[in-house]
Design a protein around this ligand. Structure first.
Ligand code: UFG
Length: 334
């Protein structure tokens, strides 16, 4: 990759730009002077997260390529960052066809529009979920064998992007996120309760003990180990990748993590401490399909773009807590 930063401002379409990671990224782009056009169906996203940034509201999955193409032409778009997706693993098991329609269909529509409008740069939100039950420190060359439809749709979308780059001059990168958490500003925090940190906050708010799913894994303290990466670092990674996309067509697959593992027990202790709670975590049965340890090898991203994560697990937990307090106060006022 070419590691020199770009000289001119870009014009970037950000799909899902009103969502959790999308809004952090859209604001960073706008802050550095790039033109940003968000396309978001505003179902889980909110335009309040991105004041001053234009939003066009529709779902990309079905028959949207002509509309996307005309938006790309009208707004003279140079590059697309594609976040818009469904991301609930359990729901993907219940509704696999709908997950493929949403998560792969949207990429198909987008790629057709990009090809027609001659937009040749794409950064795609993929997930470490493509690795399935792989355990340990995982490089991008590890076999991708997803264990649920959510992960499978991310892998299929990556493959569609790679196939496109063989047929027209598409310069793309697929970013496989590890466990994203925290908030760059309180109002940008994750409002969905899908992952360990928000689930624990929810338990604590209900005066219930946080639950630890399994303490008999072959890890430092018996609980699962994950690679937690701050959402502001993740947002910054998109800018770094956009600026360093190779000149040649292709799809660069890049892990986005810290390379450092933290156990569930360590996370839960940090969460209890920041919330000032005197509850004690309870250990439960293992959750099905949880690999013991999932940590990203992050050398490829560093070599290709110079980016590496700068924020700690403490930064993640503290900023997530501040955001939770912000939304709790907001809910009380309304
Ligand atoms: N966990 C608990 N108690 C809880 C909730 C979670 O012990 O109340 C544990 C889980 O068993 C797991 C760890 O905390 O060991 C992290 O669980 P999350 O659900 O927060 O995250 P996962 O690592 O399972 O999955 C996350 C995202 C997926 C993504 C994956 C990529 O949720 O979308 O990372 O590695 F695909």
């Amino acid at each position: 990759m070419n590691s020199t930063r770009r000289l001119d401002h870009m014009r970037v379409m950000v799909t899902g730009g009103a969502g959790y990671i999308g809004a952090h990224t859209s604001r960073l782009l706008a802050d550095r002077g790039d033109y940003v056009l968000v396309v978001d169906d505003l179902v889980t996203g909110s335009a309040d997260r991105i004041p001053g940034i234009p939003v066009v509201s529709f779902n990309l999955a079905n028959g949207s390529s002509a509309r996307l193409e005309s938006l790309m032409r009208e707004h003279r778009i140079d590059a697309v960052i594609h976040f818009a997706a469904q991301k609930q693993v359990g729901e993907s098991v219940e509704k696999p066809a709908w997950y493929y329609e949403q998560n792969v269909g949207s990429v198909a529509q987008l790629l057709m529009a990009m090809q027609q409008a001659e937009v040749h740069k794409l950064v795609f939100s993929s997930s470490a979920a493509v690795y399935g039950e792989a355990s340990g420190t995982i490089t991008e060359d590890a076999v991708a064998r997803p264990i649920n439809p959510y992960g499978a749709t991310k892998l299929a979308a990556e493959q569609l992007i790679s196939a496109s780059a063989l047929s027209w001059p598409l310069r793309a990168a697929s970013l496989r996120y590890f466990n994203v958490g925290g908030a760059g500003r309180p109002e940008l925090g994750d409002t969905q309760t899908l992952n360990l940190i928000p689930i624990c906050f929810e338990q604590i708010a209900a005066h219930k003990s946080p639950l630890i799913f399994g303490n008999d894994y072959d890890t430092v303290d018996g609980t699962c180990v994950r690679d937690y990466v701050h959402v502001s670092d993740v947002a910054d990674a998109h800018l770094a990748v956009l600026d360093a996309l190779p000149d040649e067509p292709g799809n660069e697959v890049l892990n986005i993590g810290t390379g450092v593992g933290t156990s569930v027990r360590e996370m839960v202790d940090a969460i209890l401490a920041v919330s000032g709670s005197d509850l004690i975590a309870e250990v439960r049965e293992r959750r099905r399909g949880d690999p013991a340890a999932v940590v990203g090898a992050v050398d490829r991203m560093k070599e290709l773009t110079g980016w590496s994560a700068t924020m700690s697990v403490a930064d993640i937990v503290e900023s997530a807590w501040e955001s939770r307090q912000y939304f709790a106060a907001l809910a009380q006022r309304s």
